[in-house]
Design a binder for this molecule. Structure first.
Ligand code: ATP
Ligand code: MG
Length: 426
């Protein structure tokens, strides 16, 4: 293996990935895991269940990277062709691996409690020139191949894993990450991420241009716009003893100072996590009243482990009768101003505080589309009320996207407003 940065490619196999039926989450997860131990992912390739295509991707990635991780196509059905292909590719022959066979038998007898078919026994057949990695979560074992690279004195590592995400993760955690960690003990990849709001990426880029141009070559800056905010990521690659950690920390401090006007959080985490941490730190609670987001805010807040410490609940007042009966919004307010108005969300928030007794709250109401808009209130009009019982703030938005994205934008902006509100209280 070469002494500079160790590189990897990830090949995901399956027609379902190409037709968009399954989203390739495997390679994203694997890339994160590899990054975390200092391996730089150079390529991610998705190929169909086609022998020629898989063969070609192997040729291509072996020529350009040190490690190749492959997922998919290990199953017992005819469309799963990875195993015989790898056997041919590395010039081996198929043999029955006794440990894998015992494992397949055990799973059918004790866990699945189904008769074992000839087809299933095939799962224990592996090329004789690989190390078999027993899959505790399924029947298809992982396979670890090593190949000498004649052009240098280094070796290439090729690992084949099942496509089922849960099984792939088990094998990665049990065998592959620990083995690779040992191999590349001196490498480091570090990411530092922050989130800004209130300025576009081009504006920020102009603002920090001089600083960005002076970054050392081992450090890269990326702009990741999302939901009207901009995430900025610094990435450093290098050897552990090169002082790279200090350099990136120093650059990250400088960046935070440069963008402090728009800085929201200095970590790679979603806003719902930042809101949760802030509430926990202050020992305060929150609740939500949701019309147009239909529970999405509640979903975001409760997807954070430990949220029961600060999140009390949501009233999904999708229909006006619920706004009236549960949140005590005045009928006259609804008649005079409509459900999507400053007046209605203000009363929703007040009603929420009366019933939930929380320190902070958010109320949202909007027209998410595609229909329902009018000249005065076009599709994408949203009103958000947020704050504390004695201090209710409101803000309106006009989103221009499809229903799903409008819902996400509403929720994320509501969280941002509340986050900044709590911070401003000191
Ligand atoms: P098994 O031995 O369980 O059949 P396999 O290696 O044959 O595993 P596949 O048949 O290719 O795996 O895929 C199994 C399941 O995993 C399918 O539901 C597929 O949609 C899903 N899957 C495959 N590849 C990926 C991927 N890259 N990201 C997310 N899901 C995937
Ligand atoms: Mg498949």
């Amino acid at each position: 293996m070469s002494s500079s940065v160790i590189t990897a490619s990830i090949i995901t196999i399956g027609d379902e990935l190409l037709i968009g039926q399954t989203i390739d989450t495997n390679s994203a997860w694997m890339a994160q895991q590899l990054n975390a131990i200092g391996i730089w992912v150079k390529k991610r390739i998705a190929v169909g269940d086609e022998r020629e295509e898989i063969w070609q991707s192997l040729d291509e990635t072996i020529a350009s990277t040190d490690i190749i991780l492959i997922t998919g196509g290990l199953g017992p059905t005819a469309d799963d062709i990875t195993k015989p292909l790898l056997c041919d590719y590395f010039g081996g022959k198929m043999i029955v691996d006794q440990e894998a066979l015992q494992h397949v038998k055990y799973i059918f007898q004790h866990i699945l409690k189904r008769p074992l078919l000839e087809r299933n026994m095939k799962q224990a057949e592996v090329p004789d020139n690989c190390t078999v990695l027993i899959n505790q979560r399924g029947t298809a074992p992982g396979m670890w191949f090593e190949k000498k690279d004649p052009s240098s004195d280094s070796k290439k590592i090729i690992v084949s894993l099942p496509g089922v995400p849960h099984e792939m993760k088990g094998l990665m955690q049990t065998y592959i990450i620990p083995r690779l960690t040992n191999l590349i003990a001196d490498q480091l990849i570090i990411h530092r991420t922050l989130l800004t709001a209130g300025a576009g990426e081009s504006f920020i880029a102009e603002h920090i241009q001089e600083w960005e141009n002076s970054l050392p070559s081992q450090i890269k800056l990326a702009y990741l716009p999302s939901y009207g905010m901009v995430r900025m990521r610094l990435t450093a690659k290098g050897r552990k003893d090169s002082g790279i950690e200090n350099i990136i920390d120093q650059k990250f401090t400088e960046l935070q100072e440069l963008v402090k006007e728009w800085l929201v959080i200095s970590a790679d985490e979603p806003l719902e996590k930042a809101v949760g941490d802030l509430l926990q730190e202050k020992g305060k609670t929150i609740s939500t009243a949701e019309s147009c987001t239909g529970g999405y805010l509640a979903h975001l807040l409760t997807s954070i482990a430990g949220s029961s410490a600060y999140y009390k609940g949501s009233v999904i007042s999708y229909d006006n009768t619920i706004k009236e009966q549960i949140l005590k919004v005045n009928r006259i307010t609804l008649d005079n101003h409509g459900a999507v108005s400053r007046e209605t969300v203000t009363e929703m928030l007040q009603g929420l505080f009366d019933s939930m007794q929380t320190d902070y709250g958010i109320a949202v109401s909007g027209i998410m589309g595609p229909s329902g808009g009018s000249k005065e209130k076009p599709t994408g009009t949203v009103w958000i009320a947020y704050g504390s019982p004695g201090n209710c703030q409101t803000k309106s938005f006009h989103f221009r996207f499809d229903r799903q994205r409008n819902i996400q934008l509403t929720a994320v902006n509501a969280l941002l407003l509340l986050f900044q509100f709590i911070q401003s209280e000191g």
